[in-house]
Design a protein around this ligand. Structure first.
Ligand code: F6P
Length: 356
């Protein structure tokens, strides 16, 4: 028997996770002679010893499957009594040589702490939000953008038939990448992202301007984490599903499209509807791009383990897969940089600036 290597998926699922698992397990067994085991349900599996043996036959059919065969959870061992110690003990009880943790900022921050506690860990960045700082792209993002773009395309025709405004809410937490990309690709008239708090009056004025220019319908793409500008608070304010926080302290966003649609209709008299795409953006089969990126990450991750190059994540820089220190991938959010923000405005009706 070769050395035992574990693999887990944590946080929100995304299309492409199974591509990573397939590639890492396949190469781990066939080229490096590792014994590969799945740790189920993210960090919960390491806390509770939930595991499954993985063979090439198990992973071979996964080339196009969305979701994760390993299941996932938002379990945070560092928020549980003796959680970290349990992870360390179970790691050795299971006889693990090393572990691949596939996840976003939350999962990778746990991986980083466990690496500092001397576990042999490598990470693979994933998320539809594309907000992990160390990599140009995460897999899952391309699929989400394509789903969102198709939804926007569909909204155009119904909005046009009814001469309505349609407000479409997209995921991405505190980063507007999905909304920016899908908004451009899907021909949105207004693109509203969390990176810049928005003024409701300005949104309405732009829609009125659009109508006056002869367009009888409009599409607004808004990120779930977009913030309403409030005079006294320069950071703006979120719309929340409820006040609950998840185990990593994140607020539960959702509902901005409905709030915005009601305001637009009330203030402009334009008939307005809202749509929230929600988890549809995370479901189904990955695009070819995400399958390939996931596969390249999986192969690179298992090679890092073979080289005992622990404490790193795989990352895409240009078209190269590189290894980056875990600490550079955690603790911050990659948002839309200032030099890309004009893209959110380019196709929007421009308001004449008041002089003086
Ligand atoms: O991080 C991915 C993501 O889909 C975010 O875009 C979204 O805010 C969040 O997860 C939703 O989380 P959950 O699936 O736990 O509701």
């Amino acid at each position: 028997m070769g050395k035992k290597v574990g693999i887990l998926t944590g946080g929100g699922d995304c299309p492409g996770l199974n591509s990573v698992i397939r590639a890492a397990v396949w190469k781990g067994i066939t080229e490096h002679g590792f014994e590969m085991i799945g740790i189920l349900e993210g960090w919960k599996g390491l806390l509770e010893n939930l595991t499954a043996n993985l063979t090439v036959e198990d992973v071979s059919p996964l080339w196009n499957q969305g979701g994760t065969i390993l299941k996932t959870s938002r379990t945070n061992p560092y928020k549980m009594q003796d959680g970290a110690d349990k992870c360390l003990n179970n790691f050795s009880k299971l006889g693990l040589h090393a572990l691949i943790a596939i996840g976003g900022d939350d999962t990778l921050s746990v991986a980083h702490k466990l690496f500092q506690a001397k576990l042999n860990i490598v990470g693979v960045p994933k998320t539809i939000d594309n907000d992990v700082p160390a990599t140009d792209y995460t897999f899952g993002f391309d699929t989400a953008v394509n789903i969102a773009t198709e939804a926007l395309d569909r909204c155009h025709t119904t909005a046009a038939s009814h001469k309505r405004v349609l407000v479409v809410e997209l995921m991405g937490r505190h980063a507007g990448w999905i909304t920016l990309h899908a908004g451009i690709a899907g021909g949105a008239d207004l693109i509203i992202v969390p990176e810049k708090p928005f003024d409701i009056e300005e949104v309405c004025n732009r829609l009125i301007k659009l109508k006056e220019s002869g367009k009888d319908h409009a599409l607004v793409a808004v990120a779930e984490g977009a913030k309403l500008a409030v005079k006294e608070d320069k950071d703006g304010t979120f719309v929340l599903k409820n006040l609950e926080r998840d185990p990593f302290g994140h607020v539960k966003l959702g509902g901005i499209a409905k709030v915005l649609a009601d305001e637009i209709e009330g203030r402009t008299g334009m008939e307005t509807r809202s749509v929230s795409l929600g988890h549809i953006q995370r479901g189904g089969n990955p695009t070819a791009f995400d399958r390939v990126l996931g596969t390249r990450f999986g192969l690179a991750a298992i090679d890092l383990i073979a080289r005992k190059d622990f404490g790193k994540i795989t990352a895409l820089r240009g078209n190269e897969i590189v290894a980056v220190e875990l600490e550079k991938a955690v603790g911050s959010t990659k948002t839309i940089p200032d030099n890309m923000m004009p893209l959110t405005e380019f196709f929007a009706p421009q308001l004449t600036k008041e002089k003086g």
